[in-house]
Design a protein around this ligand. Sequence first.
Ligand code: SF4
Ligand code: SF4
Ligand code: SF4
Length: 188
Amino acid sequence: MAKSIFIDTTRCTACRGCQVACKQWHDHKAVPTKQTGTHQNPPDLTPNNFKLVRFSEHKIDGHVHWLFFPDQCRHCLQPACKATADMYVEGAIVQDEATGIVVCTEKTKKLTKEQCDEIIESCPYNIPRRNEVSGELAKCDMCIDRVQAGLVPMCVKTCCTGAMSFGEREDMLIKAKLRLTQAQADLE
Ligand code: SF4
Ligand code: SF4
Ligand code: SF4
């Protein structure tokens, strides 16, 4: 059964606890960053930032709305990244049979920069990033080590508003549809 993460963006306060928790669990080093006129920091996903809370402003019905979107790998059922990687190096990106989790492996080091760029372009969500020093591709691994130990991903555990949920894909879909109905009703 495929595992999924459901993010209810109506409940996200952009505290970025999930972003920090992800870095801490993966022992990711701090990366140089810069102010770009937004609270979105760092400006984009990096090999050391598997999770990024995106900030955007939109004018809707004459009012400015500040919208937050916690971004990470979707662990697609049919991952384009894996299909593209398999054309060059078998096993560079693998999909765990038991959970459906899509993971980059050390074999991504064997890919050329051009092949990595193709893999990144194949992802409809622009998720993987290449470590320019090691040559490896990196992205959210759904905390597969935690999941295989019966724990929830670190970002889900950390989220204090209940915006993030983790479980069987079917259950997450039911939850998402219910929340969408409720959120639409709240707007009426
Ligand atoms: Fe899907 Fe992109 Fe994640 Fe691959 S990297 S599983 S294509 S979201
Ligand atoms: Fe990071 Fe794990 Fe959350 Fe993916 S599931 S964003 S690796 S904490
Ligand atoms: Fe949003 Fe939860 Fe992440 Fe905070 S921890 S930014 S509320 S998803």
